[in-house]
Design a protein around this ligand. Structure first.
Ligand code: BG6
Length: 489
């Protein structure tokens, strides 16, 4: 199958950090259909060769094993092209149309990796230039809008010119191998289903922690914040993957229908829960990688008076029969103690305890997303060698946690496909399973909107030192339920 992939924002941060490395991996593994073209689009004045050189120089920063050899890059570069475009000019889309006509590829992917404010314009211009043929697929990056109303305007504009089948709203967390394995674990095995419910699960914790700060994206981030950048999309998609009912089949709409029901069942915010169950923080100077690092307000591109949150901790509940009363704790932030993304399913204790458990011994399932990916089942067991004899016949050794550890890296190694690589290949093939439908997205915005409103009023995020786990209010929130974040257990 032949393809053309048009990358709007072809010299931007995302193209550089995620998309080009992912496309190269797909090329290296032989999964990118041969003869395809990757057309970078931006305002810069570059020839094809200059664009290739730019991409090559950027690959120098990619980690060793993922960096192309000279020979590999030469072959990869033969797929790269560049088109200078002003996205507001109709005549520039006509030039794009002319370029695409030279090939008439089976699959034409328009990847809109620009600022969200340009989405409507780009989609309308694509249509006006006659580029929305049945072979056209449009990928929209997150965040799609900055609140429910702007998200709806984008979706309405998109719906006027494209069918839902043509629109690929990307959330790269759905492409992560562990998230796909969460679906496989839940719906490919009968083992967990009977206990995957309120009777057996005490609480669920979702942590998406980053140790980096805002890096070079200050201007974007300061307008966005952790709630819009991470919670509205990535974290809520993880909530869906954990909480959804088994779909009737594995097709895109069956999966999305079930995810939508979860989002609709999220308990709406009240003045009381907004106060008690939503914590926002902002990092101050601290330590990362053993070095002093700046606070958020001193970072480049940040308004020194900014009230943008770099940390969020929430307590959510899903009001349905399966999950009523089970707290879903979500936390995410920049400049936290480590780069660590995981979901923890904490099981209830046995109804009647005949053993003592050692401090911190817990029965839980951990789905590790990164830095390593895999599954850990923590069980209470008689872990230590107990050769000491006690004079008290009833004094058994307390139970400790032991782990059954499935390390996907060890098990599947290089066969594993990275998130953006997986999703880009899916778009080329027209597979929508791991993309977000407009109604899901709107429902997620609807749920976070009261938080946006309440945080845009008076008040400041709570400060936390870079290199810690966020403001202490986050621990206090969960402690009120009698639980603790995993690193405090
Ligand atoms: C992006 C956010 O969607 O996800 C970034 O915009 C964040 O701020 C990134 O750093 C995290 O992705 P990953 O895959 O590195 O966890």
């Amino acid at each position: 199958m032949s393809f053309d992939l048009v990358l709007f924002g072809g010299t931007g941060d995302l193209a550089w950090r995620k998309l080009m490395p992912a496309l190269f991996q797909a090329f290296r593994h032989g999964s990118l259909p041969e003869g395809g073209r990757i057309i970078g689009v931006a305002r810069d004045d570059l020839s094809d060769d200059q664009y290739r050189e730019l991409i090559q120089s950027r690959f120098e920063a990619v980690e060793g094993s993922k960096r192309p050899s000279t020979d590999e890059f030469k072959k990869f570069a033969s797929m790269l092209y560049f088109l200078r475009m002003d996205l507001s000019k109709t005549e520039d889309y006509a030039r794009l149309a002319a370029l695409l006509e030279t090939r008439n590829a089976d699959s034409v992917v328009m990847y809109v990796a620009t600022a969200p404010t340009l989405f409507i314009q780009v989609v309308e211009q694509i249509a006006a230039a006659g580029l929305n043929t049945p072979r056209t697929r449009v990928v929209l990056e997150k965040p799609l809008g900055h609140d429910l109303a702007s998200n709806r305007s984008i979706n309405d504009a998109v719906r006027k010119v494209l069918t839902e089948q043509q629109v690929f709203r990307i959330d790269h967390y759905l492409g992560k191998p562990s998230v796909q394995n969460l679906f496989a674990m839940r719906f490919g095995n009968a083992l967990f289903e009977p206990i995957w419910r309120r009777e057996h699960i005490a609480n669920i914790q979702i942590t998406i922690a980053e140790d980096l700060g805002v890096e070079k994206r200050g201007a974007f981030y300061d307008q966005t914040g952790a709630l819009r950048d991470m919670v509205q999309n990535h974290a809520l998609q993880l909530v869906c993957a954990i909480a959804m009912e088994p779909p009737i089949n594995a097709h895109a709409d069956a999966l999305r229908d079930e995810k939508l029901k979860v989002l609709r069942s999220l308990k709406p915010w009240t003045p009381e829960t907004l106060n008690l169950h939503a914590i926002r923080g902002q990092y101050t100077a601290g330590t990362a990688y053993g070095e002093r690092v700046k606070g958020y307000l001193e970072e480049p591109g940040i308004d020194p008076q900014s009230r943008t949150e770099t940390f969020v901790a929430l307590r959510a509940e899903i009001a349905n029969w399966r999950w009523a009363g089970v707290p879903f704790y979500i936390r995410t932030g920049k400049r936290l103690a480590s780069r660590d993304a995981r979901i923890e399913i904490n099981f209830r204790p046995t109804p009647h305890a005949i053993f003592r458990a050692a401090a911190g011994a817990v029965n839980k399932l951990v789905i590790n997303l990164q830095p390593k990916d895999g599954l850990e089942l923590h069980l209470l067991a008689q872990a230590q060698n107990n050769r000491k004899r006690s004079s008290n016949p009833d004094a058994a050794q307390p139970l400790a946690s032991v782990q059954l550890d499935l390390d996907f890296d060890k098990r599947f190694g290089s066969e594993r496909v990275g998130a953006y690589e997986r999703l880009l290949l899916d778009v080329i093939d027209g597979r929508l399973n791991l993309f977000v439908r407009s109604d899901e997205q709107e429902e997620a915005w609807r749920w976070v909107e009261p938080l946006i409103d309440s945080w845009s009023g008076d008040g400041f995020p709570r400060p936390y030192a870079a290199g810690t786990w966020g403001p202490s209010a986050s621990s206090a929130m969960i402690a009120r339920d009698g639980f603790a974040w995993s690193e405090e257990q």
